[in-house]
Design a binder for this molecule. Sequence first.
Ligand code: COA
Length: 181
Amino acid sequence: MVRLEGTVAAIHSLTLADADELLALRIRNRRFFTPYEPVLNDDDFTAASIRRGIEQGLHDEAEDRGYAFAIRDLQTAKLVGRIRLSNVFRGPWQNATLGYYIDEASNGRGFATDAVALTTRFAFENARLHRVQAGVRTDNPRSMRVLEKNAFRREGIALRYLNISGEWRDHVIFAKTVEEA
Ligand SMILES: CC(C)(COP(=O)(O)OP(=O)(O)OC[C@H]1O[C@@H](n2cnc3c(N)ncnc32)[C@H](O)[C@@H]1OP(=O)(O)O)[C@@H](O)C(=O)NCCC(=O)NCCS
């Protein structure tokens, strides 16, 4: 069980003990997160679906394919979001993709910035990856700011990169390699 503490946030491995809080967070942010996620339906907002997602994450972690973390307010221990390294690729690439979200009610307090710093540290120091990449919708300046504050480099724009909210959206690709950590 990984646990890392930053200035305002802590991250720890996401487990079934987090399922109820995560479901509540996902339900109350359904509309807020819609522009940044694949198309979801009512079935994705049930306890069974959330538990399946967490179990899949634990399976991925055991197979070194991905690492999912709960983000908690360091002061109150309340769940404020989730961050995840996905698509871990070893061999000559040693790369993973980073994705995250923060409860709308807890936005603007530095939780994402702290969680990205901690997860990047985990990626380089614990998972021994060489590169972490994040793709951000071109109209999501808040998320770009979070990555820039973490000294991620803006590499360019990938056209029609991901199907988000029902359309193939252009994304700005940000990355950092261990040499820049
Ligand atoms: C993007 C997101 C994770 C940011 O979380 P957060 O905890 O509010 O982020 P932080 O507080 O660490 O930092 C936000 C920064 O963006 C800045 N910001 C906020 N709105 C902004 C805007 N419209 N334009 C530019 N910067 C903006 C804040 O001022 C802050 O920077 P600062 O510390 O220099 O003042 C959160 O809004 C979210 O979950 N959004 C929906 C899902 C999402 O976009 N996920 C990322 C997909 S790539």
